[in-house]
Design a protein around this ligand. Structure first.
Ligand SMILES: [Fe+2]
Ligand SMILES: [Fe+2]
Length: 224
């Protein structure tokens, strides 16, 4: 597709919504969201911008329209972009990441580093402080065990949550780009502290992988 055509077609609806042309969720819609999320995770959901909340609800509904009844997948749909919340990912970063991936992927990869979640401030109304799971961060993989949370359900294969060690990133524009690039991983860390299952956390972390565990979510996300 030629670049101009692609630029015009690139999620124009999403751009309009991010600029403020979006109807915030109604009380009834929050009720719908709360069917799939525990209370702390609902509070986390509400830290997203109205546009991202609406996008996430669209993804959740889209999955159900395609026959998905997996509660972990539906919870993940609602939280998959929560790493963008709390002002971590300003709007300008979104087209920069999309264009950068297409035009200068090597440069983009050199610019971004995993920022973690602890450098952000708790948004107003945030009911709990962010905490690392497992052992305090030190050494490889931030001192965390692969799997991030203590137990794996009996008989289930261990989930590879494998959170990365965060790095202090400056200046601000580079941090913002890094959060945009790593929002799936950051969202997974935030969600892991808010109560959804390990599997839902895994789906959030892998929601950009077309052939990953959350392929179903990825497909709907691309068109929502
Ligand atoms: Fe995403
Ligand atoms: Fe998304």
């Amino acid at each position: 597709m030629d670049m101009r055509k692609w630029l015009y077609s690139y999620r124009l609806g999403q751009v309009r919504q991010q600029l403020g042309f979006v109807v915030p969720l109604s009380a009834g819609e929050y009720g719908e969201v709360s069917q799939w999320l525990p209370a702390a995770a609902l509070a986390l959901f509400k830290t997203m911008s109205p546009a991202d909340q609406r996008h996430s609800l669209r993804v959740c509904r889209g999955l159900q329209d395609h026959g998905c009844r997996d509660r972990d997948m539906l919870a993940a749909a609602l939280l998959h972009d929560v790493g963008k919340a709390g002002g971590r990912v300003p709007f300008w970063t979104r087209p920069v990441i999309v264009l950068g991936k297409k035009l200068v992927p090597g440069l983009l990869k050199r610019l971004v580093v995993y920022p973690g979640v602890q450098h952000t401030q708790s948004p107003p109304g945030w009911p709990f402080k962010y905490r690392f799971l497992g052992t305090p961060p030190s050494g490889a993989n931030g001192g965390r065990k692969s799997g991030g949370t203590p137990e794996t359900p009996p008989g289930a294969a261990p989930l590879d949550l494998a959170f990365k060690k965060p790095t202090l990133v400056s200046p601000g524009w580079r941090r913002a780009l890094s959060y945009a690039w790593y929002h799936a991983e950051v969202g997974a860390e935030l969600a892991a502290a808010a109560g959804p299952s390990q599997r839902a956390v895994l789906y959030i972390r892998t929601h950009h992988q077309a052939d990953g565990p959350a392929a179903e979510l990825h497909k709907i996300d691309e068109v929502s």
